[in-house]
Design a binder for this molecule. Sequence first.
Ligand code: SFD
Ligand code: AMP
Length: 640
Amino acid sequence: MENFETVEITTDLLILGGGMAACGAAVEASYWAKKNNLKVTVVDKAAMDRSGAVAMGLSAINQYVDLPGGKNTVKDYVDYVRMDLMGITREDLVANIARHVDSTVHLFEKWGLPIWTDADGNYVHEGRWQLMINGESYKVIVAEAAKNALAEAGGEYFERIFIVEPLMDGDRIAGAVGFSVRENKFYVFRAKATIVAMGGAVHVFKPRSTGEGLGRAWYPPWNSGSSAYFTIRAGAEMTSQEVRFIPVRFKDAYGPVGAWFLLFKSAATNAMGGNYMVERRDELQNWKPYGLVKPIPANLRNWLGMLDIMEGKGPIYMRTEEAIQKIASEAGDEKAAKKKLKELEAEAWEDFLDMTISQAILWAATNVEPEKKSSEIAAAEPYFIGSHSGASGAWVSGPEDIQSDETKGEYFWGYDHMATVKGMFCAGDASGASSHKFSSGSHAEGRIVGKAAIKFIVENNTLPNIDQGVVDKHKEAILKPLAVFEENQALSTDPETNPNYILPKMFMFRLQKIMDEYCAGVSAQFSTNDSQLTRALELLQFLKEDAEKLGARDLHELMRCWENVQRMWQAEAHARTVKFREETRWPGYYYRADYPKLDDEKWHCFANCKWHPDKDEWEMIKRPMLHVYPQPQEHEMLGG
Ligand code: SFD
Ligand code: AMP
């Protein structure tokens, strides 16, 4: 403790995280901050150039609405998202992002991101909403623009500082505390408004890859539920905590499938050569009306494949060779077909090299030639990523101008995408019930909150108070694992085993085992019931008690300790909400064996939760699912 200097930073706007949403927020907020003579400060646990989910790059921009003059409307996108989420989404939030996302994509292009174009100079679409990119340096480009904007407006950024707890002034956010992962420094950030953009969570569940490939997951391992933890601890109402995401991916290295299904029009078949999307079509009737829409919701696509696996028909293979040969053969004569084949081969490899390099390595290591041999795909373990096809995050206010008479009282409370805590804004994975924003929509939502947060500051231009006693307590609690290790290390010869402390890795394994077995993880075939969830919560309580005994040998392990405490809170919010929602709405993500059916009568609503800091108690809340746009007619649902 004595060795840790306390560094105090006072700013106007504090942006937590340095990923897609935070970079969008930095760009937009800097513009408005300069006009109003305000200061913007960004804090990232890593280095912004390669931090967050986009660190390795991406091969596609998954949200481009193509307005105006294009073929789509904002309502089309809203329809797509609400149907993909089995009827539950905040239409006002999805629409707000959808109407701004194209300008974000055009900014990316202006900043130097290569977007594929065809011979006529038009963007190459992967699917209706997705654009193909040469995205290896995507994050570097986006971070550079954010840093330039900050510099231009006199803002600053801090890297390698791990944010842990919110600071409060009554019901208003007052800043945040954290620590440097490189130096013995404890940081206190004080601000008039705070944007939370610290991503989603991975490794809450036991991953498919354990000892031999630990750390290999679809979602890069460095997002640990910091957004959820921060917002829950600030007393914010959370939404859709039950909606985890399970991506189907190339097995064991998690290469993306979107380009194969959408661009190359590939099929996936089981060991008998059967196509589950065709053979199991009747199953979709059980999930009406959502089962009948096009595209079929992501969880239902998963579900049909899972039924094959449960019936012993695995493995499932992506028929890359068939897809490539078919496209090549349509290119014309033999020479043209050969040329096309080479092109497709290059595109197939680049799809991985742009974003999931280890999949290319796995293909190379196992002699896969995609034009000759199909590759296994599988459902990954669950993740929390509200910006993708999950929906978990904070419950935030929608924009005033996209409310209907019925939604205004429920979904609007003043500032765009502000949580239920005054002055605390959320974007990307941090804000919930607005799925399918992906990298571009998260950046656009960052821009929305960047502007809204500056407006909040201009209208509430006072520096909140910080209670020094609370700061001191946080400092002691946050650094405690170092002290616990120091005081007890002599009690055993092996530092990994000690009666008085638990190291974060072992702690994480315990968490993952609970979630995997009781809360519908891979081992439980994504299935659970009320009794299993009750048991999960009981075991999580013991884990919570033992969190007090976390030990850390160095700063890196101190970060690991807090990452896993954050995961544990994300896990608890999830288990409580899965238990609360007594139906199965997203088979393919999870299955409630005791309530095996969709129950639109009781559960066509949001399942929200809130932890009360004063009482250390959770409250579960139903919020109505209200419409801004008319429900799509059946023929519109089938529109694709
Ligand atoms: O297709 C702290 N996503 C894809 N989006 C696309 O548009 N195209 C794709 O091709 C995508 N693919 C994909 C995607 C995600 C993942 C995980 C994979 C593949 C493997 C989705 C987007 O990546 C995603 O929507 C956005 O990145 C979300 O943005 P944001 O800002 O909400 O999260 P972030 O970018 O991960 O950034 C988080 C930041 O927070 C920092 N951080 N900082 C301080 N203190 C702490 N305690 C912190 N904890 C975290 C991080 O360092 C980071 O800067 S596809 O295959 O699906
Ligand atoms: P992925 O690579 O799986 O993340 O997919 C990229 C984008 O394509 C996401 O928007 C997915 O929802 C979408 N997508 C992937 N596979 C399909 C499919 N079979 N049908 C419709 N959309 C898909």
